[in-house]
Ligand binder design. Structure first.
Ligand code: AMP
Length: 432
């Protein structure tokens, strides 16, 4: 299947060719025909699958085809709502690239910066608006945004929206949408709350599922080192020094942890920058652009901040901390091995994180290969394979998580991590 066979308009085909896209990815191949028919879509897919083009291309195509019907002043015809500013900027850049010969204009709005420029862009007229939820609501309430001419709406990374505490904002936005519209809903995972939310938004829809296992199993080479907490910095420094040309993202569970890693690397003479919700928008953009242009080789990121990172030549992802939510592992390693590339993801697992590793392996339905013994490793790597599943309570998730150090339980009222998560959530919300 080629893009041409999908029946796309010539200016879009030309732009895709310039981008070097020869064939649609599976999500594009499945979603584009559904969307060109005007149907709603539920896309269960993670980032890294080509999701942005899967919704961006058919929207551009439909708007381009209807271009002669448009009044002189541009009106917002398509809205894309996404959780982080990085992701928003990236989607906007992709739309600009795919739509560069169509004459369609998009703009992006997000929080954490003054609204003046964004308001001016809106006043100048746009066809497609890419937005994070907080700023969108804000500018809607101030009367700068009208949904009257809206034809297409995308809710991107819905599970992440929920995780960041945007659910109420999203419900308010959905309530304001015109009834006659094409709706697209994307989420990497489909827990109950997300299914409910998708029902609220979608009409007559078709579902496309791109399983995360495909990304991990087929594209990304994985490995795990068993290493004590104290030795993690040394192992990281060793890995970086071994291959100084590698471009890598190091994932940290917390913002504080990310800063500490940068400091340790700095002490070892390795230049790195952290991106997370407490960094200013300018600092994040600066770090990201030096990383993209190759002048900065090591980026240390928290999960939320990293959502929007799309770097073509990423050699390595390091899970400095293993995530306590297994799906996050899939998101993280999806940063490498994007679209047609292959990638490597290395995880550091200390004793307290072994339960997380087991959960991850259950989710991805494969065991993460053990890396060879190493001067900094724990040396008791076999423990994990010998431990019998029966040793852990297996009847329900709540008990399972309660037994874990730092276990994440979304429902537990008094759970230490829930409150921590909430405070992170508030921090992210504040930054939007
Ligand atoms: P996404 O899942 O939208 O974040 O896309 C992941 C990466 O794949 C981005 O770097 C895109 O530029 C790239 N990409 C998307 N579609 C294609 C395609 N059909 N061929 C090659 N690369 C693609």
């Amino acid at each position: 299947m080629t893009f041409k066979e999908l029946g796309l308009a010539e200016p879009i085909l030309k732009a895709l060719e310039a981008e070097g896209y020869t064939h649609p990815t599976p999500i594009q191949e499945q979603s584009i025909p559904i969307l060109l028919k005007g149907k709603d879509l539920l896309g269960v897919a993670q980032t890294g699958t080509g999701k942005t083009a899967a919704f961006g291309i058919p929207i551009l195509h439909q708007l381009y085809e209807g271009i002669s019907l448009r009044q002189t002043k541009r009106k917002i015809k398509a809205l894309i709502v996404t959780p982080t500013r990085e992701l928003a900027i990236q989607i906007s850049e992709s739309l600009t690239a795919y739509g560069k010969h169509t004459g369609l204009r998009n703009t992006v709005i997000f929080g954490g910066v003054k609204q003046g420029k964004q308001v001016n862009a809106l006043k100048g007229g746009v066809d497609i608006l890419v937005a994070t939820p907080g700023r969108l609501l804000d500018l809607m309430n101030q009367g700068f945004i009208s949904f009257r001419d809206l034809e297409h709406v995308v809710l991107d990374e819905a599970d992440q929206m929920l995780d960041m505490g945007f659910i109420h904002d999203i419900k308010k936005i959905i309530a304001k949408l015109p009834p006659k519209r094409q709706s697209l809903f994307f989420s990497a995972t489909m827990p109950k709350d997300i299914v409910e939310l998708s029902r609220k938004m979608l009409g007559d829809f078709e579902r496309v599922t791109i399983k995360p296992e495909q990304a991990t199993a087929e594209k990304v080479e994985q490995g795990v080192y068993f290493v004590s907490k104290a030795n993690k910095p040394k192992l990281l420094i060793h890995l970086i020094e071994e291959k100084p040309d590698n471009t890598l993202i190091v994932f940290s569970r917390t913002k504080h942890g990310a800063n500490k890693i940068v400091k340790k690397l700095d002490q070892a003479g390795i230049r790195a920058a952290a991106i997370h919700g407490n960094k200013s928008q300018t600092a994040r953009q600066k770090a990201l652009s030096s990383f993209k242009d190759g002048s900065l080789k090591v980026l240390v990121a928290t999960d939320i901040a990293a959502r929007g990172i799309d770097v073509e030549d990423l050699s390595l992802v390091v899970n400095y901390d293993l995530p306590n939510v297994s799906e996050t592992y899939v998101h993280r390693i999806g940063r490498t091995g994007r679209a047609n590339a292959s990638g490597i993801a290395i995880s550091f697992c200390d004793k307290e994180e072994r339960a997380y590793l087991r959960d991850i392996e259950k989710l991805i339905k494969q065991s993460v290969p053990r890396m060879p013994e190493h001067q900094f490793t724990d040396g008791d790597a076999d423990d994990i394979q010998e431990e019998k599943p029966a040793q852990r309570p297996r009847n329900n998730n709540r008990n399972k998580n309660r037994n874990r150090p730092g276990g994440n339980n979304f429902r537990g009222k008094n759970n230490r991590n829930t409150s921590k998560k909430n405070s992170n959530r508030n921090a992210s919300r504040k930054n939007d």
